[in-house]
Design a binder for this molecule. Structure first.
Ligand code: CP
Length: 329
C-alpha cells in the first residue's frame, strides 16, 4: 500500500522537479512545494517503518555507496538503513582502509565505484562544497547526496529537523526557532536557517560572539541575533542546541567551556526562569553537561532528540526514493 501511495506522489509535478535535480546538495535547491513533497514522502516512509509492511522492491536496482571521510553515527547508519528499507543495496567504503589512504582522489574513488555499478554516492567530507563540485562531473544516472560538507551544508539534517518540528506544530510559518551555540562552525545551522526561512519560520541565533558567523553572513542569512539566552527562548516554539565543534575551533579561540555552560547551557532551570514552553532539538552528538544537561536531553516530554534520529531514517528514505523514482527497476 505504501508503495502505491509513493507512486502517486512520484506522479506529481513537484516530485518530478525533485527527481530532475538528480542530486541533494543543499536545501536551497528546493522550492517550498518541493520541501512539502519531501515531508509528505517522509510521512509515508515513517508509516512503512512503523507498520508490518512488505519489503519495498521498486528501488532494488539501486546501489548506494556510503563515503564518510568524517566520523558519523546517525547520518551514516540512517542512510544505510534507509537504503536497505527501500530494497536498495549498500556499499560502505571504509575510508581508512581504502585507497584514499594511498592518495587516491575523490573523483577517482567515485568513478571506481560507479564502474562497479554504484549509482548513488552519499558523501560526508570536511571540504566545503566538494559534493557540489563532484556532482558536475558524474554521469547523468548517478546521484550525489550530501551527508555534510565542511561548515557549509547538512541538508538531510535540516530536512529531518523541519519534519520533526512540523509533526508537532504543523505549518511553521511565524513559529520561532532559536538556534543556540556554535553557529559559526555549524553546517547544521546553515542548512536549517536556509530551510526554516524558506518555510516562513522566524529564526534567532543565540551564542557568544566568538561562535557567531560575521555580520555580513548573518545579514545574508536573515537571522536576528540575541546574546541573552533567557530573552531569546522566552517566546520560542523550538530551541535547537548545537554541539560545540571542538575539532573545528581554532586553537587561538580561547573559548571557556565553563563560561559557555553558565551563559548558554539549556537546562530545566533556564526554561523555568524564562517561562519557555519550547521543545528541544539537538542534531547530536550531544556534549552532555555542556550545551544540554543530561536531565533535559533525556526528558521525554521536552526533548525531541530520539524522535529526530528516528525521523532521520524516514527523511533519508524519502529523499532517496524521490531521486530514484524515475529509474527503471
Ligand atoms: N547529526 C549528525 O550529523 O550526526 P552524526 O555526525 O552522528 O552523523
Amino acid at each position: 500500500m505504501v508503495q502505491g501511495q509513493l507512486l502517486e506522489i512520484f506522479a506529481s509535478k513537484s516530485a518530478k522537479e525533485i527527481n530532475s535535480k538528480r542530486h541533494l546538495i543543499d536545501v536551497d535547491n528546493f522550492s517550498p512545494d518541493e520541501i512539502k513533497t519531501i515531508t509528505q514522502t517522509a510521512k509515508l516512509c515513517l508509516q512503512w517503518m512503523d507498520g508490518k509492511h512488505a519489503p519495498m522492491t521498486m528501488f532494488a536496482a539501486n546501489i548506494v555507496g556510503n563515503l564518510f571521510f568524517e566520523n558519523s553515527t546517525r547520518t551514516r547508519s540512517s542512510f544505510e538503513l534507509a537504503a536497505t528499507n527501500l530494497g536498495a543495496r549498500v556499499l560502505n567504503l571504509d575510508i581508512d582502509k581504502s585507497s584514499v589512504a594511498k592518495g587516491e582522489t575523490l573523483e577517482d574513488t567515485a568513478f571506481t565505484l560507479i564502474s562497479m555499478g554504484v549509482n548513488a554516492l552519499v558523501i560526508r567530507h570536511s571540504q566545503d562544497k566538494i559534493q557540489s563540485d563532484l556532482s558536475r562531473i558524474l554521469p547523468a544516472e548517478v546521484s550525489v547526496l550530501n551527508a555534510g560538507d565542511g561548515v557549509t551544508a547538512h541538508p538531510t539534517q535540516a530536512l529531518l529537523d523541519f519534519f520533526t518540528m512540523s509533526q508537532i506544530a504543523g505549518d511553521l510559518t511565524d513559529k520561532k526557532i532559536v538556534i543556540v551555540g556554535d553557529i559559526k562552525h555549524s553546517r547544521v545551522a546553515r542548512s536549517n536557517i536556509l530551510l526554516l526561512k524558506k518555510m516562513g519560520a522566524k529564526v534567532e541565533a543565540c551564542g557568544p560572539t566568538k561562535l557567531m558567523p560575521g555580520a555580513d553572513e548573518l545579514n545574508k542569512m536573515g537571522v536576528t541575533v540575541q546574546e541573552d539566552l533567557n530573552a531569546a527562548i522566552a517566546d520560542a516554539d523550538f530551541i535547537m542546541a548545537l554541539r560545540i565543534q571542538k575539532e573545528r575551533l581554532q586553537s587561538d579561540m580561547q573559548l571557556s567551556f565553563e563560561d559557555f555552560q553558565k551563559k548558554y547551557q539549556i537546562n530545566h532551570v533556564r526554561l523555568e526562569q524564562s517561562k519557555s514552553k519550547a521543545k528541544i532539538l539537538h542534531p547530536g552528538p550531544v556534549n552532555r553537561g555542556v550545551e544540554l544537561t543530561d536531565e533535559l536531553a533525556d526528558d521525554a516530554k521536552l526533548s525531541l532528540i530520539r524522535t529526530q534520529v528516528r525521523n532521520g531514517v524516514a527523511v533519508r528514505m524519502a529523499m532517496m526514493a524521490l531521486l530514484f523514482s524515475r529509474r527503471p527497476c
